[in-house]
Design a protein around this ligand. Structure first.
Ligand code: PHE
Length: 347
């Protein structure tokens, strides 16, 4: 039995010395020291020994066990150190390798065009103002002379809040005319850009959310000539000296007289067709509607406490997306909202 134990010790220590992973160590621990391990197996035979031999063998067995345990601990810390070293080597970070370049974005094309338009109007003496997108029906419709029952007030056209018809997402920036006029004495000369909302099906020139830029000038002796002058100046600055535009008579409840301004379609150059097909950008019209405008209705001036006998004014509301389409030669308005970087990177 003594030889058996000595032999086990030599075997175990050699095996431990050769082990080189935590898993191999565990296996050896079980094999030699486990409940069904080899040292334990030897100890189980102690019953067969005489009373004198038993304590001597017991002592020997315990010291073999202790030596194996000690060796296990020693190898364990050696292996842990090796594993750590390998891990550190594998995860080494070379701080001298150039980093990955951060992709810089840039101003959205819509903002670029908005900025150009604002700059032009600021140069003409306009002040930029901002107002709420959640608006009272009173400002969006009633005080703009848009009576109850007018089709634009319909639930199928306008986003109202719950069952309350008095609050809505503004359908136009024109309520800013009221907000400015009720708080300011003429001369007034403002530009109010912002988001507006309509229950429109999206197509090449429509989106349920879009941007308008409202302009309002009120003073003594303001005429339709001033309106045309401001708009023609804008168009030539944005689209070049030979930009093609036209004014058409129109009706708005809050201006009198009223008009709309179109620019020639940049896709079909006014012909209405591309390669024998109806032009998809202007729906074959040859023109793209950019804005509505007119002389501020005397009732609207009066609604805001401004004397129409003394003052007159003009107003316009233009579609920023439509302006940007012409400026940047974009043929489908939905591209502006898709946020595909392949599209955005072109500008
Ligand atoms: N608010 C009108 C629209 O959205 C445009 C407009 C603005 C017309 C100002 C006249 C004066 O269609």
């Amino acid at each position: 039995m003594k030889e058996q134990l000595e032999q086990l010790k030599v075997q175990a220590l050699a095996a431990l010395q050769d082990a080189n992973s935590p898993a191999a160590l565990d296996e050896l621990r079980v094999r030699y020291l486990g409940k069904k391990g080899e040292v334990t197996a030897v100890l189980k035979q102690m019953g067969k020994l005489s009373a004198e031999e038993r304590p001597i063998m017991g002592q020997l067995a315990n010291s073999v066990r202790a030596e194996i345990e000690e060796k296990l601990e020693e190898r364990k810390s050696q292996i842990d150190a090796i594993v750590l070293e390998q891990k550190l080597a594998a995860e080494a970070l070379d701080v001298t390798i150039p980093g990955e370049a951060v992709q810089m974005g840039h101003e959205h094309p819509m903002n670029q065009v908005l900025q150009e338009i604002k700059d032009i109007f600021v140069g003409l003496g306009y002040q930029i103002v901002d107002g709420p997108e959640v608006e009272l029906a009173d400002y969006n419709f009633t005080r703009l002379n848009i009576e109850e029952g007018h089709p634009s007030r319909d639930r199928s056209d306008t986003f109202y809040f719950a069952n309350d018809d008095s609050v809505l997402l503004r359908t136009q920036t024109s309520p800013m005319q009221i907000r400015v006029m009720e708080n300011t004495k003429p001369p007034i000369c403002i530009l109010a850009p912002g988001r507006v909302y309509r229950k429109d099906e999206a197509d090449a020139t429509h989106s349920p959310m879009f941007h308008q830029i409202e302009g309002l000038v009120v003073d003594e002796n303001i005429t339709m000539g001033d309106l045309k002058g401001a708009l023609v100046t804008l168009m030539k600055r944005i689209y070049g000296q030979d930009a093609q535009m036209r004014f058409r008579p129109h009706h708005f409840p809050f201006t009198e007289p009223s008009c709309e301004m179109d620019m020639q379609c940049h896709k079909c150059h006014g012909t209405g067709e591309v390669n024998g097909q109806v032009c998809s950008t202007c729906h074959g019209e040859g023109w793209i509607e950019l804005l509505g405008a007119g002389m501020v209705h005397p009732d609207v001036l009066r609604n805001c406490g401004i004397d129409p006998e003394k003052y007159s004014g003009f107003a316009f509301g233009m579609g920023l997306e439509r302006m940007a389409m012409g400026r940047l030669k974009i043929t489908d308005l939905r591209l502006i909202f898709d946020n595909d970087v392949r599209f955005l990177n072109q500008f």
